[in-house]
Design a protein around this ligand. Structure first.
Ligand SMILES: [Ca+2]
Ligand SMILES: [Ca+2]
Ligand SMILES: [Ca+2]
Length: 487
């Protein structure tokens, strides 16, 4: 509390009166009019006279770039600890970073970021003083610690549109090495917009596809300042059917999501389990599935002899309705269909079928159908095949796997004697054991031109050969069967 000058006289007079009147408490009486009430000049004068004095600090210079200073602070930068006497009213806080002037000249500024290691209220005798009014405290959150992390990335260019196209079309640019100052490494397979420049004051922003990412730097690469790389969300949908490529089983063919991006297609097959075939072969199973695995041959004996398709079940195992189709039966010397050489003996129409419904063909093929007047000639005796080609005119597009199961070769023996019995005919069916012996696979165009011929070890090798064919329509012959493939 302070007393104004003019009051002093009043107090003296008052004291004299008090002594005369023998009063004891004087303060209560003069305080009311002598002390300043509710005013601020007193406190303000203290603030104005903030006393600056030289205070010794030991500090590490972190540079004059805030980004770098933050990074250095958070990654335990071990720079030289320097002595600085600073004109301050209070010493700085140890462990904090300040932006301040370290110049000893009043009219010169040399601002930078300093990490305070020690602070004293007194100056150091060996250091000139620096005028650093109002050092700026830099609050640093090290929850994101930036360290150099090695990334292998493909530069997709500076245009977002082009970057998206390139990402979705499997662009194969050069994979470059980049060390990036980051809190966390980037996600592999994603595209980021970031600065790949090693110069702090230079920016060279581009879209990068991350191929690999490591938590450690690569020794052979300079560091790039890429604070906050922007993740570019890219949804690739090459066929535009709304199903992303990575979830699209048919990424280049539009199809509903309910069918994993593949078009719904019919798929006609011969349902062996539901088919029954009879002939003069007494020991042949009428059930086609059993017969086809038995190694036996059906027997057609003489012109009136026949192979009787009591029921040849054509089933639509696809997921959309099939168109009406033709089913052709050919008579062939071997188990491959050559339309120029083989004789078509039946041509049957089947109606359209809903998914998982079937149509039973009933027909029979006689010795007369095979040979006409030659049916009675024993010179024609021998082993042959009845070839069944379903969807013979390709009225149905049956999807990627649906075209290869449209063919069946049924082994038969022809004997011109109507009394011939299968018991008298030795089974000379040559069965290739697909599981154990290498065999030859030939691939032809639909016009009969050979595309390739290759020896494969097993069915898997055959499938791989078929799988690697370029787009097109092929006939494949493997020695025991002939089938069509659409790529
Ligand atoms: Ca798609
Ligand atoms: Ca698709
Ligand atoms: Ca089919």
């Amino acid at each position: 509390m302070k007393i104004t000058k003019h009051c002093f006289i009043i107090i003296i007079i008052h004291m004299l009166i008090s002594i005369i009147s023998n009063a004891k408490d004087i303060e209560a009486d003069f305080s009311e009019f002598c002390f300043l009430k509710g005013t601020t000049p007193i406190e303000k004068s203290v603030t104005d006279k903030k006393v600056l004095s030289l205070k010794h600090h030991r500090m590490v210079y972190l540079g004059n770039d805030e980004k770098i200073a933050r990074k250095r602070f958070c990654t335990d930068y071990s720079g030289e600890v320097r002595r600085h006497n600073l004109y301050l009213d209070t010493k700085l806080q140890v462990g904090k970073v300040y932006y301040l002037n370290s110049s000893i000249e009043r009219d010169q500024t040399r601002y930078g970021y300093f990490l305070v290691k020690r602070a004293y209220d007194t100056p150091h005798n060996d250091t000139d003083g620096a005028y650093s009014p109002n050092p700026l405290l830099l609050n640093i959150d090290c929850s994101q610690v930036f360290t150099l992390k090695h990334h292998r990335m493909v530069n997709l260019g500076t245009s977002e549109t082009i970057a998206k196209q390139r990402k979705c079309n499997g662009y194969s640019g050069t994979v470059g090495r980049h060390n990036l100052y980051l809190g966390n490494k980037l996600q592999v397979g994603k595209v980021y917009y970031l600065n790949s420049s090693i110069e702090n004051d230079e920016t060279r922003y581009s879209y990068f596809l991350v191929k690999r990412a490591y938590d450690t730097p690569h020794y052979d690469t300079d560091g790039a300042y890429s604070v906050n790389p922007r993740l570019l969300e890219i949804k690739c949908d090459r066929d535009g059917d709304g199903v992303e490529d990575n979830q699209d089983n048919c990424p280049d063919v539009a199809g509903p999501a309910s069918n994993n991006g593949c078009p719904k297609t019919p798929n006609l097959v011969i349902d062996l389990n539901d088919s029954k075939v009879f002939s003069q072969c007494q020991s042949c199973s009428p059930f086609l599935d059993t017969f086809m695995n038995s190694g036996k041959r059906h027997l057609i004996a003489g012109g009136v002899g026949n192979i009787n398709f009591n029921r040849l079940e054509i089933r639509n195992i696809g997921n959309s309705i099939s168109n009406g189709a033709k089913v052709d039966f050919y008579f062939s010397r071997n188990n491959t269909l050559e339309k120029n050489n083989d004789k078509r003996v039946k041509n049957i129409s089947i109606p359209s079928r809903n998914p998982n419904s079937s149509y039973g063909i009933q027909t029979s093929i006689t010795g007369w159908d095979l040979w006409g007047s030659g049916a009675s000639s024993s010179a024609n005796n021998g082993n042959y095949y009845i070839l069944v080609d379903i969807d013979a005119t390709n009225t149905n597009s049956e999807g990627s796997n649906g075209e290869s199961d449209n063919f069946l070769a049924i082994p038969i023996t022809y004997n011109s004697s109507a009394t011939a019995s299968s018991r008298l005919l030795r089974n000379s069916f040559f069965k290739v054991d697909l599981a154990n012996k290498p065999y030859e696979v030939s691939v032809f165009t639909i016009f009969g031109a050979q595309v390739t011929k290759k020896t494969v070890a097993n069915k898997e090798g055959e499938n791989t050969l078929a799988k690697n064919l370029p787009k097109g329509f092929y006939i494949i012959k493997n020695g025991t069967e002939t089938y069509k493939v659409v790529k």
